[in-house]
Design a protein. Structure first.
Length: 166
């Protein structure tokens, strides 16, 4: 078998069309769950997470302990991926954001986002549904009622890309 060169790949390169800023914004507003990769060795640590998108900012509630917090303390740089597709993948969109997580310490911003996030996830299935937690116990209300200590983070984005197929 003959080995392919970089030039072979560039000749046969196919690239999906870029999403516009508006398309990226729309996709991020409509979805609830993302995949977030934290820097870890020997490979990234990736988890699905609920998020809230407000303006151009993604917000996340994290528990104060565990693997994610350990990794954030070492290196707050993350990659976040959000996608959507129809059932046969003829219509598809994917957004990748790179940046770093910053704890929200401003009380007004934190309170505003906590209320907004609680309201946004109240009627959506989100990650709790994927984990089969009873529908009566979902979203931030479930975590808060469980006395699980939470901290609010936001993504300080330095790069955003979006690709689509439709």
């Amino acid at each position: 078998m003959q080995e392919r060169t970089q030039q072979d790949y560039e000749i046969n390169k196919f690239d999906l069309p870029d999403m516009s800023h508006r398309e990226i914004d729309d996709l991020l507003k409509k979805q609830l769950v993302c995949r977030i990769s934290f820097n870890d060795q020997p490979s990234p640590h990736m988890v699905p997470m609920e998020y809230y998108y407000f303006g151009d900012t993604m917000y996340f509630h994290l528990t104060t302990t565990g693997k994610k917090m350990e990794l954030i303390r070492k290196d707050p740089s993350v990659t976040v991926e959000v996608d959507w597709s129809n059932s046969d993948l003829s219509d598809y969109g994917s957004v990748v954001l790179k940046g770093r997580l910053i704890e929200v310490t401003d009380k007004v911003e934190r309170n505003t986002m906590n209320v907004a996030m609680s309201t946004a996830v109240k009627d959506k299935l989100g990650i709790k549904g994927l984990l089969r937690i009873p529908l009566s116990k979902k979203g931030i209300d479930y975590l808060s009622a469980s006395n699980i200590p939470l901290v609010l983070y936001k993504l300080e984005t330095r790069e955003v890309t979006g690709k689509k197929a439709h």
